[in-house]
Each structure stands twice: as structure tokens, then as C-alpha cells.
Design a protein around this ligand. Structure first.
Ligand code: ADP
Ligand code: MG
Length: 263
């Protein structure tokens, strides 16, 4: 067993004035190195809260989080930031690119924060990752000169430049048309094939079907954990004239295994 992520009874309660919002109410699971996992669940179920904790962007109210062998749940803010910079690549729904910087400059930026990488090497590595995501011809473009799908590729390149152990993406296709969404998921699949541990939040079953495993969250608790309900296999290749809905149901797998909750 070579766990990248181990969380145990992870909880997060937001304080809004006098009101407590229990966004995560105790979740436990592990993700092994090299796994490709989708996290699903209705809006407001705690997916982003969970991702922000996994991404070391926030600290839990209670519970344990061991990332790549390192207990990170109790780390103070600046140490947490340093773990995040070294270990994690994060991709957001809003691409969060700096509008006045070129694709190349946006991608090189995390190496500035990481420190100790000379400017020539920063740009060289930025060129390499932009080529890897298929944007070798667009390096000097500003974000507004790129399509949504291309901007998300820049954001993925920026997440990869620090050579993270773990790639997290919170609804990365939420702002994309279906063609770009499939391309972005294909890119995650490719990164997974090359050994990256990938965790992607989505609420679209056909997007989740790209993953090996789907963890679903309901109301701040784990609801199910298992293979995707809809498998994309060679036998699921689109057949002309067959409605998409029918194609999907044809490949439906057995129902997800419900989580047994410990009392
Ligand atoms: P999801 O990503 O699944 O839509 P979130 O994790 O964003 O869900 O939110 C889970 C719950 O926590 C929701 O009830 C939401 O309103 C609440 N929440 C999220 N972020 C905050 C915050 N910063 N302050 C207060 N409540 C929050
Ligand atoms: Mg969310």
C-alpha cells in the first residue's frame, strides 16, 4: 500500500457570525499513488471544502490528513503553504490566469514562488509543460486570446510545472463546452497514464466515467465509493444514430457500493 492521501474523520465547520456551517461531517478514505479518482456530489455537498483541505489551501476543524506520508492537518499556515507549493498542483473551474501575462509567464509563475529556480530554467520548463498540454504554438498569447479549453490547458500546465506529486482539479470542465471538456479529461487521463495521482471534482457522470474510481459526497459525508457508474470502454465507442443516453445506459455498471458508516 502506497497511499498518497489518507484522511480520517475529516471535518470542516465554517463559522459565519453566530452560525456554524458543518460542510464536512467526518470523512475517511485513502487514495493510492497513481490513482485517478473523481469526486461527485450535489451542489453544496462539501466537494470544494474537501478539495481545499486535500490541496492544503485550508485546515480541517478536526480529523487527520496524511499527504504523501506527511501529517499535514496540524501544520501552521506558512508550513502548509510550503507543502502545497512543493507537492500539489491545483486546477480551478475559473482558470485564475493573470490577464496581462502571457501563457508562458503564467505557467512559469509558481517556480518564482517556489524559489531557487533561475529565470532561464523557469522559462525552459514552462515551454516544456506548455508543449505537453498541446499549447506549444500559443506560448506568447494572453489569456483573452485563447479559448476556454486552451486557458484551462495553461492552468493545467501551471499546476504541473512544479512537478507535483498530486494533481487536484475542482470542476475543471465547469466552464467549458462539451468538446473542450472531453479534451481536458483526455489530458488528465494521459497524465494519469504517466503516473500522476489525479483527483477531479465533477457533477457530470460522463466526465466522472474517465476516472477509475468515483467517491461521492452527500451532505458532508461519503455516500459511495467504487468504479464509475458509466464506463468508457472501447465497446462504448459512439455508434451513429444511437442517442447518447442509450449509449451510456448500455455500459452501465453495477450500482456503487454504499459506504458502511462506522457508528
Ligand atoms: P460543493 O463544492 O459541493 O458545492 P462546498 O464545499 O462549496 O460544496 O460547500 C459546502 C457547504 O459549506 C455549503 O453549505 C456552503 O454554503 C458552505 N460553505 C462553503 N464555503 C464556505 C465558507 N467559506 N464560509 C461559510 N460557508 C461555506
Ligand atoms: Mg464546489
Amino acid at each position: 500500500m502506497d497511499a498518497m492521501i489518507q484522511v480520517r474523520d475529516l471535518r470542516k465547520t465554517y463559522q459565519m457570525g453566530d452560525i456554524e456551517v458543518p460542510a464536512l461531517r467526518g470523512v475517511s478514505f485513502s487514495i493510492q499513488r497513481g490513482e485517478f479518482v473523481a469526486i461527485m456530489g450535489p451542489s453544496g455537498s462539501g466537494k470544494s471544502t474537501l478539495m481545499n483541505l486535500l490541496g492544503c489551501l485550508d485546515t480541517p476543524t478536526a480529523g487527520q490528513y496524511i499527504l504523501d506520508g506527511l501529517p499535514v492537518d496540524q501544520l501552521e499556515r506558512n508550513l502548509l503553504a510550503s507543502v502545497r507549493n512543493r507537492k500539489i498542483g491545483f486546477v480551478f473551474q475559473q482558470f485564475n490566469l493573470l490577464p496581462r501575462q502571457t501563457a508562458l509567464e503564467n505557467v512559469a509563475l509558481p517556480l518564482v514562488y517556489l524559489g531557487g529556480v533561475p529565470s532561464e530554467e523557469r522559462l525552459g520548463r514552462a515551454r516544456d509543460v506548455l508543449k505537453q498540454v498541446g499549447l506549444g504554438e500559443r506560448m506568447e498569447h494572453k489569456p483573452k486570446e485563447l479559448s476556454g479549453g486552451q486557458q484551462q490547458r495553461v492552468a493545467i500546465a501551471r499546476a504541473l510545472i512544479t512537478r507535483p506529486a498530486l494533481l487536484l482539479a475542482d470542476e475543471p470542465t465547469g466552464n467549458l463546452d462539451s468538446t473542450s471538456s472531453v479534451e481536458i479529461m483526455a489530458l488528465f487521463e494521459e497524465l494519469h497514464r504517466r503516473g500522476m495521482t489525479v483527483v477531479v471534482v465533477t457533477h457530470e457522470p460522463d466526465i466522472a466515467a474517465h476516472a477509475q474510481r468515483v467517491i461521492s459526497v452527500h451532505d458532508g459525508l461519503l455516500h459511495s465509493d467504487g468504479p464509475p457508474a458509466v464506463a468508457i470502454t472501447s465497446s462504448a465507442a459512439p455508434i451513429a444514430h444511437e442517442p447518447a443516453r442509450q449509449r451510456l445506459s448500455r455500459t452501465r455498471r453495477p450500482a456503487l457500493i454504499p459506504i458502511r458508516r462506522s457508528t
